[in-house]
Design a protein around this ligand. Structure first.
Ligand SMILES: [Mn+2]
Length: 334
């Protein structure tokens, strides 16, 4: 059965995106609803996702009125559509049991292939070479000869811009798709503006305080900074990297007996020094603050109860030692 027949036969469709839906997922859901209603004007479409990000809702409402999106469902459906996800767990606990019948499930996605996809869906449109689910949807509109209206073209272009980080990722096909959408009436400037999100006032104050309380540690050529805030320590770290630090460690104290540490480094710092913030810094620091730490090479954190100032000093020592170990290894290799 081809897609036109599948959608033509389905009278009651449930369109789902992954939990904490991002602009690609939510815009794809709204565009898919339009595609379905065009092919089957008498049909009924229900949109559901566990939750959508603030940014996703901001982007979507820039282009179309966003209908009510159910966080879970109890009705019966004759077609389940999963967008921007290829496994049921990404739907979140409230929806992961919604699609139980592969015969009546369609997946449209661009993530790495799920080897078990056929136990979930018999109808699969997946292409992990595509930048975004929205990019895949453009080809579906064209293949099914459904007109792209300016509002839907805007939605789809905004979804593509988000997933490609404004074309940082993507290829010639992505750019051609973008032109196709602009030709269909998408307002490129509006798409870009729809994605701009200013943090809340309290978060901006935390970022500014992190800047004003900054300590700068020069280790070789690297600039390592530490600071303290009440909350928003992860956001403060990102802000300090934007200001020019190679590594930022920020200690938060949201309440009296809670200490949270956050850290970020640039890709270049990790690539050249081999320092892994999760393993080399936050895991040992967790003990210093009476808690636990861990995370990724470039982004890591720790939660505990005490000794924030000491932890920030130890963090710098740990980074210095890890850089020296990395340099020593390099010298051994040569
Ligand atoms: Mn996506």
């Amino acid at each position: 059965m081809n897609l036109r027949q599948l959608l033509g036969h389905a009278q009651n469709v449930l369109i789902m995106g992954h939990h904490n839906a991002d602009p690609d997922a939510l815009c794809a859901m709204l565009a898919f609803e339009r595609l379905y209603m065009f092919l089957n004007p008498g049909g009924r479409a229900t949109l559901a996702c566990e939750d959508a990000s603030k940014l996703a809702i901001q982007v979507a409402t820039t282009f179309v009125p966003v209908p009510e999106i159910a966080p879970d469902v109890i009705d019966q459906f004759d077609l389940f559509v999963l967008l921007d996800t290829n496994n049921r767990y990404q739907l979140g606990p409230s929806l992961e049991h919604a699609a139980q019948d592969p015969e009546h499930t369609l997946v449209i996605d661009h993530h790495e292939p799920n080897p078990d996809i056929h136990s979930l869906a018999k109808h699969v449109i997946v292409d992990h070479t595509k930048s975004s689910t929205c990019e895949i949807l453009v080809t579906l509109f064209d293949e099914l000869d459904v007109k792209l209206t300016p509002d839907i073209a805007g939605l789809l272009l905004a979804g593509i811009l988000f997933d490609t980080r404004r074309f940082f990722y993507g290829d010639a096909a992505t750019l051609k798709t973008a032109i196709r959408l602009i030709d269909a009436g998408a307002d490129y400037g509006l798409c870009l503006r729809s994605l701009i999100q200013r943090p809340d006032r309290s978060e901006r104050i935390a970022r500014l305080k992190a800047g004003s309380r900054l300590k700068i540690h020069l280790i070789g050529d690297w600039i390592v900074v530490t600071s303290k805030v009440g909350a928003f320590e992860a956001s403060a770290c990102r802000a300090l990297l934007d200001l020019g630090a190679d590594v930022a460690i920020v200690g938060g104290r949201p309440s009296k007996n809670v200490v949270r540490l956050s850290s970020r480094s640039t890709q270049e710092f990790h690539a050249k020094t081999g320092v892994n913030l999760g393993r080399d810094v936050m895991e040992p620091l967790g003990k210093v603050i009476g808690g636990e730490g861990g995370g990724h090479a470039n982004a890591a954190g720790a939660n505990g109860t005490r000794d924030r100032d000491k932890a920030l000093r130890v963090a710098v020592d740990l980074i210095r030692a890890a850089i020296e170990r990395g340099t020593a290894q390099e010298n051994d290799d040569s």
